[in-house]
Ligand binder design. Sequence first.
Ligand SMILES: Cc1ncc(COP(=O)(O)O)c(C=O)c1O
Length: 345
Amino acid sequence: MSRRFIDMRSDTATRPTPAMREAMTRAEVGDDSSGEDPTVNALLERAASMFGKETALFVPTGTQANQIAIKVYTNPGDEIIADPTCHPYRSELGAAALISGVQFSFVDAERGVYSREEAESVHRALAERTPRSAIIWVENTHNAGGGQIFPLEKLKSLRALSLQKGIPLHIDGARIFNAIVASGVSPREWGEQCDSLNFCLSKGLGCPVGSLLLGPKEFIRKAWKCKKFLGGGWRQAGILAAAGLYALENHVERLAEDHENARRFAELTADVPGVRHMYENTPTNIVFLDVSGTNLSAPEISGRLKERGVGFSVFGNSTIRAVTHIDVAREDVDQAAKALAEAVA
Ligand SMILES: Cc1ncc(COP(=O)(O)O)c(C=O)c1O
C-alpha cells in the first residue's frame, strides 16, 4: 500500500470528511445570485448571529472577502493602516492597488500585533496633500506571525481609535476560529471590536470552499455588488454552504487538537541541528522554521521531505512553514518531525 502523504503545507489542504460530504449531498439549493439559496441564507444568518453582526455575504475565497472589504471602504488614493506582513499586502498579487487603487501605510508590529499608539503614529489628519486613512486592518490569527492571536485588550484600544477617528476597523479573520478556541474569547467579543470581519471555511474548519464576510447591512449591500462585478455571483452554492454549516457545528472545538499537535511538533523539532524556531511559542496551528543554520536551502529541505512523504511550505530561501489541521494526526506530527531531522542530517 502506498504511504499517505502528510500534508502540512497549509490548513487549506484539508479535504471534506465523509460526514461533511453527506451533509453537502443533502443540501437544499436555489440561485444564490438572486438571494434564493436556502442553505446559503441559513449559513449567512448563522455566521452573522454568531459574531453579533447584522448580516453576511458568502464568497469563494478569503482573498475575495478581503478585497471586497477594501473596495467598499476606500476611494482610489486612500490608505490602509496595516502591518507589513498582512495577507492582502503580501499574498494577494497587489490586488488592493489593482482593484481599489489604494496603498498601505505600515505600522511597526510584532507578529502582526500592533498598538493604538502605532496606528496613531501613521494615521493622517485630513489635509490637502495627504492620502486619507480609510481602514484599520487587523489579521487574527496572523499567518506570517506564526498563528499569533491579536490580544483582545490591544484590539479594544485600536477599536477606540477607530471610533474616535471614524475609520472602520476590519478583521481578516481567515483563522479567527483558531483564535476563538485558543483564547476562549467568543465570536461575539471579537465581533464587537470591529465594523466588519471575514473568516474562511476552507482552512482549519475543513470545508472545500468558502469564506464569510460579515458586517452592517449597508456595508454588505455594497459588498454584494462588488462580489458580483468580481465574478463571484455563484448560483446553487448551497452545496458549499452545507459544508460550512456542518463545520460550524462539528469542526470548531476540535481545532484545539490542531493547536496541541502544532505545539508537539514545535517541541519535537526544538533541537534539530541548524533549525531555529522563528517564534518563541506556538499559540495556534502554525510553526515557522528558519533553516539557515543547516547547509541546505528551504526548497532543498522541502524536496527531501517530499521524498519522505511530508509536505511543508517554503517561504523564501531559508524559511519553512508547517501547519496542523484536521487531516494531520498526532502520529503524523511525530513522523514529520522525524523526517525533518533526517532531511537536514
Ligand atoms: C490571513 C489570511 N487571509 C486571507 C487569506 C486568503 O484566503 P484564500 O486562500 O481563501 O484566498 C489567507 C490564506 O492563506 C490568509 O492566511
